[in-house]
Design a binder for this molecule. Structure first.
Ligand code: ARG
Length: 289
């Protein structure tokens, strides 16, 4: 695969009809939100394609509204997929659907192998296991959704270092809502989402000049939940404060109106699953001075 390739889901089945995180308010969901979801999903797809990426589409399924968040479907590296095990019954019906998708991708040579986690643990995919191409390791969230035991299990399956980061709030329940490694070596993250120990781990591993700390407003705008392709970052509409800091660090922002998905507690990163990630040493991007 020579182009970045992402999985996205047709948003026709998306709504907010149950509540498994504090952003979700089924009583507030309406027809206008469904229209906004279609527009937002289309705009995200165009933004990725505009940056040279290819998008594979999963069909919508009635009764599985969160199928629009394929980041939670599995962890993918070097053609190996480890399918998710969802914590909440509301999302467990997505498991066979995504497994069939992965099997079709395997038949087409887009993925190579499907490997299951051991029994008895939850793991919600790339939402809680984020590959850091520069450091060549997985940052792994655990707590609200994924089990701590899954962090070492993923390390064994992929043969890569996994760094466990405990998530300490209900709002930032997946690592991708509060942590985003960038191509220039920076990490955009929201410190308050993490346990004290996890904050210490982050500071010990990432030098101060590479840490870009999101404010509570920036985190609540789901801007940390971003897709990074070289110097480009695709994210939900960003407060000016964040736009300024990321631009100064050498990045170019593409903002998309993803407000309908934020009503479900998700945005750009979790609406996608990168399928072509490789652990080969990444070309280091030199951020502008
Ligand atoms: N409503 C979904 C849930 O709570 C949103 C998932 C967003 N995904 C993510 N990786 N942050 O499971």
């Amino acid at each position: 695969m020579d182009r970045p390739t992402f999985l996205m889901t047709d948003p026709a089945g998306f709504d907010v009809s149950y509540r498994i995180n504090p952003w979700m308010k089924p009583e507030a969901w309406g027809a206008a939100d469904a229209q906004a979801a279609r527009a937002g999903s289309d705009a995200l797809r165009r933004a990725l394609e505009g940056l040279g990426a290819k998008v594979e589409t999963v069909g919508a399924m009635k009764g599985l509204p969160d199928l629009v968040f394929p980041a939670n479907a599995g962890v993918v590296l070097d053609g190996r997929v480890v399918p998710a095990r969802f914590r909440h019954p509301e999302r467990q019906g997505e498991e066979p659907v995504f497994r069939a998708v992965f099997q079709r991708l395997k038949a087409r040579g887009i993925v190579r192998e499907i490997t299951d986690l051991p029994e008895g643990m939850f793991h919600e995919g790339a939402g809680d296991a984020i590959w850091d191409a520069g450091r060549r390791l997985f940052w792994c969230g655990h707590g609200p959704r994924s089990s701590r035991a899954a962090v070492s299990a993923l390390g064994r399956i992929f043969g890569k270092e996994t760094v466990a980061l405990e998530l300490a709030t209900e709002q930032f329940y997946h690592l991708d809502t509060c942590f985003c490694p960038l191509a220039g070596g920076h990490v955009l993250y929201f410190p308050d989402a993490f346990s004290a120990e996890a904050q210490t781990t982050i500071r010990a591993r990432i030098p101060a000049e590479l840490r870009i700390e999101a404010t509570p407003d920036e985190a609540a705008a789901f801007c940390v939940n971003a897709v990074n392709l070289d110097e480009h970052i695709v994210m939900a509409r960003a407060p000016e404060s964040l736009r300024r800091r990321l631009t100064a660090a050498g990045y170019r922002l593409t903002e998309v109106d993803l407000s309908a998905f934020i009503l479900s507690g998700g945005a750009a990163y979790c609406m996608t699953l990168r399928l072509d990630r490789s652990s080969a040493p990444a070309a280091q991007l030199h951020a502008a001075e």
